[in-house]
Structure formats: structure tokens, C-alpha cells
Design a protein around this ligand. Structure first.
Ligand SMILES: *Cc1c(COP(=O)(O)O)cnc(C)c1O
Length: 470
């Protein structure tokens, strides 16, 4: 009988095994070599075979994953992983995510899961409250900021075209009035990708100049908008992916409103500055925008994948995303169907770890998490800046630090590679205004003062040994 399968010890055996492996992984994380211990060849040798006719024992499969496959993991939830902008998994977030997998809910519509619908409704309200954005905004939990940008810009596309009498959902873009998109030269690549998905393309984006910190120049935006007529969407940014700098959002919002354009803000990590009393001034005026995209899997430290799309005009958001099919029992009351707010149909209950983490951290906890990350970034910048031959290229206003060694691209690249090999910490490189740079991003809840000190020391050790060898 089917129920026997659930009463048997099978689930217990698998879950106990997985839990033991997970606990071991997490215990070792703080001291683990941060980079991957095995690459493609080695992993294929351990994992590849032709598809077996008869399956292996499930417990053996879990063991294989946890012993062999895991060698290919980069410890990006390590407290000393500073690559990209990643974040770790906060303990309660990870535990909540286990429950999400256990419940295996299809979070698409209320009728399939009141549980998820209500938790996401509350989590969405909490986020609007935390960021101090209009409480009536639409909220959708998507896979990441890429899809948050897409969702917000779909709502924008709907809104600006409807205002000139065009129904883009019904008629598409063929024959539609010309729609202008304005973005800074520094906007994140996922804005371009979203524009591609939306049929708007990237070739005709009007690019606004940015300043030395990568902030959009509001005076240039004013000039650009003065030359445009008709439906227009402006894409601004809170938190430049290299410098952490914020576009001057209040000024941008004013200029954009004067022109009757839609303002979208990509705040993948920068929006979280709104949770901090000491940092929120950077994002001043962001509440005047029409839509906001952010990530929870970066600074809130929930497991992948979780981004959030928020739209001031909830009805535009809903019309752009909703799927009404005859067989769906969609709600007509206050109950929330996620399919109305996200591109996905069936989906994971990814808002649940957000609920759990916000509930466990509270407003103070989120503020502390954000401020601690920024303090660790400043700490590393201070240690590195004090060393002769090392330059910090950006104003360290948030959690991002750009470092250049010996004013030399090649040496800077060699230091980055040397640090990656060393394994004390992991970080990557970038090019900032024509100069090669190491990019340090701090967004993990667990990064301590000691982690920052050890990492800065390792970076300097590699730099000094390379210089001595030259
Ligand atoms: C990371 C990032 C994105 C993309 O987010 P994903 O979660 O990777 O989809 C977009 N914009 C900015 C500024 C980012 O830092």
C-alpha cells in the first residue's frame, strides 16, 4: 500500500543520511579551502557513466553526491567567500528551505497551497515595510534579480504602452508605438537581458553617462529625456555591482516624473541599505520609483534561488504577469495566487525562507546583517589601503571594494589568481574604468572580523610574494 512507503523507515534513512552529510559540510565550511577541489575531468571520472539500466541504491547515490560530487563545490557560503555578490544561507533560512522541499508545494495558486500563499503574502508585506516602499505595491517572488528586472519591466512596458492606447499583452509589439528605454552605461547586464526577453532589444537603449563611482548623471539623464517623445522607461540602479554606489535616485525620480516616464530601480543588493538607519540615505528617493527589483539570495542570505519584484502599480504588475486559464481555480477574494505576480506557472515556495528569515532576524537583525557586512568591507579596505603599492579604486560606501596592486593589470590579475589558489578566501576580478581590479564583496551573515583580517592578510601575503619574485 502506498501509505506503507511513508510509514517505512525509508524516508528516515535518507533524510538522516543527508542530514549527517549536510552537518559535516557545514561544520567544515569555515576552514574549507574556498575554491573547488575538483574540476570537470575529475568530476566526470567519478560521476559519469552511461545511464544505468538498473538503478543504484538511493543511499549510495546520496553518499556519492556528498563525497565525490561535493569536491566540485565552491564554498560560496563560506564566511570568506567574497566573489561576485553571493551571500550564504542563514541557518533558519536553510532549515525553512528543507521544509519547502519536504512539503513539495506547487506555489502557483492558492487552491494548491494556502500555506505558501499566505506566507508569501506576509513576507511580501514585510519586505515593503522593511524597504519603506508603497505598501500597496505588487510583490512577486521570482528566481533572482534577473527575473525581478524582467517582471518589473514587463509591468512598465504594459503601463507606458497602455497610456498611449496600446494593449501589449494582446497585440504584442508588432506595430506598437515606439517605446524608449533609458539606462546608464553602468546598468547591470541582466537589464539588457530582460529587455531582450521583452522584445525591446538592446541596440536602441539610450545610454546615460555615469560618474567616477558609476552613478548615473542626473544632468545627462535630463538632456537625454528632453530629446525623447512618447512611452519611456528609465532604468536606474541602487548598488553598482563594482563600487556599490547608488544612482542619485531622488533627482532621477524627479526628472523621470516630470517627463511622465516609468522609473525602474535595480537594487539587487543595494535596496537592503534601506534596512539600515545609517545607510538608508544612499537610497533616498527610491520610494518615488515605479518598480524595484531585488534579491533575497544575496544579502538576506536565503538559499538560492530567490529574487523579488515589486511594482507600485499593482494592477499593471498583475496584468503583465497573470495567466488566466479555464481550468485554474483562481481566487476572486483577497487570497493571493502567485501566478498573477511572476513569470512562472508551477513554482517552488521560495518566499517561505524569506518569511522565516525576516521573522527570525526582525528589523534589527537585518539592519545588523547589512551594517556588519559593510563594516567588514571597510575593515579589509583599510588594511589593504595601508600597504604600499595597493590602491582602493572606489569610495567604500557599502559592501564592495575594488583593489589594484602595483598599478598594474598583470600583477593585479596574478594576485587574484594567487589568492584563489591559496584558498584562505575567494574573490574575483573586474575591470573598473579601464583598470584591472580585484573585487571584494561582503554579503555573508557569518563573515567575522577575524575572517576579514585573515583574508586581507592572505591577499597581502600573495601580493608581497609575487612582488618579491618579480
Ligand atoms: C546580481 C545582480 C543582478 C542579477 O541577479 P540574479 O539574482 O543573479 O538574477 C542584477 N543586478 C545587480 C545590480 C546585481 O548585483
Amino acid at each position: 500500500m502506498a501509505t506503507d512507503r511513508f510509514q517505512s523507515a525509508v524516508f528516515d534513512a535518507y533524510l538522516d543520511n543527508a542530514r549527517a552529510h549536510a552537518a559535516r559540510y557545514l561544520r567544515r565550511l569555515p576552514d574549507r579551502h574556498v575554491g573547488a577541489r575538483a574540476g570537470r575531468d575529475e568530476l566526470l571520472a567519478a560521476l559519469h557513466s552511461s545511464l544505468p539500466d538498473k538503478g543504484d541504491e538511493g543511499g549510495d547515490v546520496i553518499d556519492l553526491l556528498a563525497t565525490q560530487a561535493e569536491r566540485g563545490a565552491v564554498a560560496c557560503n563560506s564566511p570568506r567567500y567574497f566573489g561576485f555578490v553571493i551571500g550564504g544561507a542563514y541557518p533558519v533560512a536553510l532549515a525553512a528551505d528543507w521544509l519547502v522541499s519536504t512539503w513539495d508545494q506547487n506555489a502557483g495558486i492558492y487552491a494548491i497551497s494556502p500555506l505558501v500563499s499566505v506566507l508569501e503574502e506576509v513576507a511580501g508585506q514585510w519586505l515593503l515595510d522593511l524597504f519603506d516602499l508603497p505598501r500597496e505595491s505588487g510583490v512577486g517572488f521570482v528566481t533572482g534579480c534577473q527575473m525581478a528586472n524582467f517582471t518589473c519591466l514587463a509591468a512598465a512596458r504594459h503601463h507606458v504602452l497602455r497610456r498611449v492606447g496600446w494593449d501589449v499583452e494582446a497585440d504584442g509589439l508588432q506595430g506598437a508605438p515606439r517605446l524608449h528605454v533609458v539606462a546608464s552605461a553602468e546598468s547591470h547586464i541582466t537589464i539588457d537581458v530582460a529587455l531582450r526577453y521583452l522584445g525591446l532589444g538592446t541596440r536602441n537603449v539610450h545610454r546615460v553617462d555615469s560618474d567616477a563611482q558609476g552613478r548615473m548623471r542626473a544632468d545627462h539623464l535630463r538632456e537625454v529625456l528632453a530629446g525623447l517623445d512618447g512611452p519611456t522607461i528609465v532604468c536606474a540602479q541602487a548598488g553598482n555591482v563594482n563600487t556599490g554606489a547608488f544612482d542619485p535616485l531622488r533627482e532621477i525620480a524627479q526628472v523621470t516624473r516630470e517627463r511622465g516616464a516609468w522609473l525602474h530601480v535595480d537594487g539587487a543588493f543595494g535596496l537592503w541599505a534601506r534596512a539600515s538607519a545609517s545607510l538608508r540615505a544612499f537610497a533616498d528617493g527610491i520610494e518615488l520609483a515605479d518598480s524595484w527589483a531585488t534579491d533575497a539570495h544575496k544579502w538576506l542570505n536565503v538559499p538560492y534561488d530567490c529574487g523579488v519584484a515589486m511594482v507600485r502599480h499593482a494592477e499593471d504588475h498583475r496584468v503583465a504577469m497573470t495567466s488566466a486559464a479555464a481550468y485554474l481555480i483562481q481566487t476572486k477574494g483577497p487570497e493571493r495566487d502567485a501566478v498573477d505576480w511572476v513569470p512562472e506557472f508551477s513554482r517552488r515556495a521560495r518566499g517561505v525562507p524569506v518569511y522565516a528569515t525576516l521573522r527570525a532576524l526582525g528589523r534589527d537583525g537585518v539592519q545588523d546583517l547589512v551594517e556588519r557586512s559593510c563594516a567588514r568591507a571597510r575593515q579589509m579596505a583599510d588594511v589593504l589601503r595601508a600597504a604600499e603599492g595597493v590602491r582602493i579604486l572606489n569610495d567604500v560606501v557599502l559592501n564592495q571594494v575594488l583593489v589594484r596592486f602595483g598599478d598594474d593589470d598583470e600583477l593585479t590579475r596574478a594576485v587574484i589568481e594567487g589568492v584563489q589558489r591559496d584558498g584562505t578566501c575567494w574573490l574575483g576580478g573586474t575591470t573598473w574604468q579601464g583598470l584591472g581590479a580585484m573585487r571584494i564583496s561582503v554579503s555573508n551573515w557569518a563573515t567575522s572580523e577575524d575572517d576579514a583580517a585573515r583574508s586581507a592578510a592572505a591577499i597581502l601575503r600573495v601580493f608581497h610574494s609575487l612582488r618579491a619574485a618579480a
